[in-house]
Ligand binder design. Sequence first.
Ligand code: GDD
Ligand code: GTP
Length: 409
Amino acid sequence: KAVAVILMGGPTKGTRFRPLSLNVPKPLVPLAGQPMINHPISACKRIPNLARIYLIGFYEEREFALYVSSISNELRVPVRYLREDKPLGSAGGIYKFRDHIMEENPCHIFLLNCDVCCSFPLSEMLDAHRRHGGMGTILVIKVSAETANQFGELVADPVTNEVLHYTERPETFVNDLINCGVYVFTPQIFTIIQEVVLQGNNTVNLRRETSLEAFQSVAKVLPPEFVRLDQDILTPLAGKKKLYTYETVDFWEQIKTPGMSLRCSELYLSQFRRTAPHLLATGDGTRSPSITGDVFIHPSAKVHVTAKIGPNVSVSANARIGAGVRLISCIILDDVDIKENAVVINCIVGWKSSIGRWARVQGEGDYNAKLGITILGEAVAVEDEVVVINSIILPNKTLSISVQEEIIL
Ligand code: GDD
Ligand code: GTP
């Protein structure tokens, strides 16, 4: 048997995701028409003998209650939300709930960060894990040497794939092979976390990494069971024949900013082209709107036949897209109203927002720049003929004049 655990974080994490995360927890922000965590959850469904999926986070229980019951019914796998009353770190959280996780007596525990986008080759990881017989297998990918320092970098034996060295976000370059935030472990992981807690090595590590003052201030708020998977567990386990890598040659991205959610929406839509083409819209402008590239349109959305949509567009429930509208590379959330002849490019349009006639709402399309895409928070109104370029608009604002490169609070 196997179980899967998805690390969700909580309201103090994912702050770069504002203003979208002001309305829903970051893991529920839609990518390619589905909440972010639907993608890893659907991938878990394909694990042989999967007994249960646990979501661990420090968001309020009620924020996930509806989601958890609907996804359990839809996939016919029990999904359960477990809440830490304060952040315990990426290893402390699973350790706290070890009795729940072990209830079904699993031989394998999959652990996934909620904010990564990839093809989740979980069965392949399990095969590799069984072959080398270690305690854990880490999904890894090669990235450019310039970007590697944003992630955990590791060195692996080219023949056995054993992890020989692991450093989290090193200041000097170690290797271009990085940790993707997707793992499979045997239950022995709990014994290892326990040793770290009992010996106090987690606090020793924190103390070493920060100044005395910084340490004293975090020590007051951090509980003694705060354990990080990367620094406190993976680093000391490297070179002990316990950790191995499985390298993906497919796509992988980390989703820390709204700009990256537009990029990841694109990756998931193109994955649908291969795995679930029925989810993608088709149309040539005769009886249905004209569609280019990969586009998702929720069945309840009303899109005018003269609208032109795509590539990389997802339109959520009850949205209304008027005549002559042009949408390119954008995420249109629930209940949005886009009036005649408006243009929306490289943009995320928040729930219940409206965009007026002949308005133009656009970003330049640099997913990594702070203002590289335009984001309208919930219930923003852009009036007729107004132009909004490379801007972030917080919820409930009405724009009656054009703006460029601005954050409207
Ligand atoms: N439940 C819970 N409790 N979840 C947490 C906590 C916590 O206290 N802290 C973080 N998480 C969740 C986050 O929501 C995320 O899904 C995951 O744990 C990892 O978050 P971080 O520890 O903040 O690390 P990161 O995302 O910056 O980097 C990690 O992932 C990268 C891959 O995306 C590291 O492991 C890197 O090495 C790795 O490259
Ligand atoms: P390129 O030659 O590809 O640069 O085309 P372009 O100069 O029209 O690019 P732009 O970014 O201005 O527009 C992108 C898309 O939106 C094109 O498909 C245009 O046909 C369409 N478009 C541009 N302006 C409007 C407009 O005012 N109304 C409508 N409905 N569509 C527009």
